[in-house]
Write a protein that binds this ligand. Structure first.
Ligand code: URA
Length: 211
């Protein structure tokens, strides 16, 4: 059926408006840009004092999966992109070895500014920043969140956990599936966990892409 016939049939069925998906994508990009502008001048916690720039996140705003890490490290703070240092390269390798591209997913963090010496952001810092992530999740609306490590878990569920206990579990947050795994920086320090991490990333991706 050609487009004209298709539109005629749709009209006969009572539809007088068709929203082209690109509009949604453009709208999402616009809304994400607004958050980016806000975080670049954000002073809600002291982490802004040491940042080169805040790091919003990157990837496909229409992705069915969002990876959530902790906070930018040195390289991320320099480049303004999430997960581009050593840990990020491991995450990218795990995504690619599962047969997907970094551009197929969206990657964000609990905190948008780099903590000094890469320390874990405090609970107050996490909470000050959380509304930005919450808006990102609402805009992108992925069906799966993949939490990378204990800070991502704490940031979403507001309670502490041992990630060795939770990893591999599929949980629920706000109607979305949540897959929990290690932070790739932990995997770099515990290389025997690398195969498990790669398996987890593949399972999370399949949960999102293979319905
Ligand atoms: N670690 C994180 O948690 N996030 C990044 O963006 C980089 C390293």
């Amino acid at each position: 059926m050609n487009l004209k016939d298709f539109l005629t049939v749709m009209k006969e069925l009572g539809f007088d408006e068709i929203i082209i998906d690109n509009n949604t994508l453009n709208q999402k990009v616009k809304l994400l840009e607004e958050i980016n502008k806000e975080i670049q001048v954000c002073t809600k916690c002291d982490l802004h004092k040491n940042r080169t720039q805040a790091v919003l996140g990157e990837g496909n705003p229409n992705s069915p999966i969002m990876f959530i890490g902790e906070a930018p490290g040195e390289e991320e703070d320099k480049q303004g992109r999430p997960f581009v240092g050593r840990a990020g390269q491991l995450l990218t390798k795990a995504i690619e070895s599962a047969g997907y591209k970094r551009n197929d997913v969206y990657i964000a963090n609990i905190n948008k500014c780099r903590p000094p010496n890469n320390r874990t952001p405090t609970i107050e810092e996490q909470e000050a920043c959380f509304p930005y992530l919450k808006r990102q999740i609402e805009i992108i609306n992925p069906s799966v969140l993949c939490l990378l490590g204990a800070t991502a878990y704490r940031g979403i569920f507001k309670k502490e956990t041992k990630i060795t206990k939770e990893r591999g579990n599929v949980l629920e947050y706000d109607g979305k599936k949540v897959y929990v795994t290690y932070h790739p920086a932990y995997v770099l320090r515990n290389l025997k966990e690398e195969p498990t991490f790669f398996e987890d990333i593949k399972k999370a991706l399949e949960l999102a892409f293979k319905k």
